[in-house]
Ligand binder design. Structure first.
Ligand code: GDP
Length: 297
């Protein structure tokens, strides 16, 4: 994750720290390179601009240019601004899953990794928090997707709602709620159907399910490799169904990282988790400091 961005920035900062004394012009030149590196990582243009402006304001002051280690000061300012950009108003809260049974609605486009993430998160809640979790697939268009969730459930030791043919998504959501209530589950997760693109039918269905389930959390799963598209998908889902957090998948790939960097600044929504592989334990909580550390090496 972030290898190429990290390499580019590393080069810029190496030169800065080796330079000794720095003029305001040196800082500006370096920040122009940082801006290009961010854009190449597919960070959205307004976010990159805003970032550079914030860094420049702090980095061209006398405190930096007159300091004994000006290059290092600039690197620290970039580090702090990265954290600010990644965490917005503050760090992401823990999932709101008290008051059992707590519904978690999983939404996203087809192929984003939604079903895999549903199972990964269920496993995490079971293993780390000792929660009894029930998972239900609402993808009535794709029986294979329903079976996939059942198979993953067996693999990780988490119950899935039995599949009943002929039900629609809202009926399944109601049955999941009932079973979760009477079965003494702490959490039930609704894995909604995805589509290849956002369309009205998809959004209508997700809204109907949301109205029935009244989810405590609505987690949007997006493919981290899709850069700015991931951010656009998040904006649309948030407008239409309301999203409480984002999960970025495929962050193990050689994606350029832009989605992670722009998501909070553009959508205002926190990234809650990142997917780092196909295995069931390849899910990490998203921590701005760790991510900033990875980017700056
Ligand atoms: P859905 O259509 O959104 O439910 O997508 P799936 O959960 O079926 O995932 C599609 C493919 O992406 C599967 O082959 C998953 O194993 C894979 N996948 C999901 N999350 C990740 C991830 O974080 N990293 C990698 N490398 N693959 C992932």
């Amino acid at each position: 994750m972030f290898e190429s961005l990290s390499e580019r920035l590393g080069g810029v900062f190496d030169r800065l720290t080796k330079q000794g004394a720095l003029s305001a012009e040196d800082v500006k030149t370096a920040l122009r390179e940082v801006r290009v590196a961010l854009l190449e990582a597919d960070v959205s243009l307004p976010v990159a601009r805003q970032f550079i402006k914030a860094v420049e304001g702090k980095a061209t002051g006398a405190a930096v240019t007159k300091s004994v280690t000006p290059g290092q000061q600039v690197v620290k300012i970039v580090h702090d601004e990265l954290i600010a950009m990644l965490s917005g108003e503050g760090p992401a809260d823990a999932l709101k899953i008290d008051n059992p049974p707590a519904p978690i609605l999983m939404v996203g486009l087809q192929g984003s990794g939604k079903t895999t993430t549903t199972a990964k998160l269920a496993k995490r809640l079971k293993d780390r928090e000792g929660k009894r979790v029930l998972m239900a697939s609402l993808d009535t268009n794709r029986p294979a997707a329903m079976e996939q969730l059942a198979i993953l459930g067996t693999q990780i030791g988490v119950d899935t709602l039995p599949i009943v043919k002929g039900e629609n998504a809202v009926q399944i959501a109601k049955r999941a709620k009932q079973q979760a209530t009477f079965g003494g589950y702490d959490v039930y997760m609704l894995d909604t159907a995805g589509r290849l693109h956002i369309d009205e039918v998809l959004m209508d269905e997700v809204q109907a399910v949301r109205d029935v389930a009244q989810p405590r959390e609505t987690l949007l799963v997006v493919d981290g490799l899709t850069g700015q598209d991931a951010v656009n998908v998040a904006t649309e889902f948030d407008e239409k169904v309301g999203v409480s957090g984002v999960v970025l998948t495929r962050m193990d790939g050689d994606g350029r990282g832009g989605a992670a960097l722009s998501m909070r600044a553009v959508t205002g929504k926190p990234i809650r988790f990142v997917g780092l592989g196909e295995k069931m334990d390849a899910l990490e909580t998203f921590e701005a400091e760790r991510i900033a550390g990875r980017i700056l090496g």
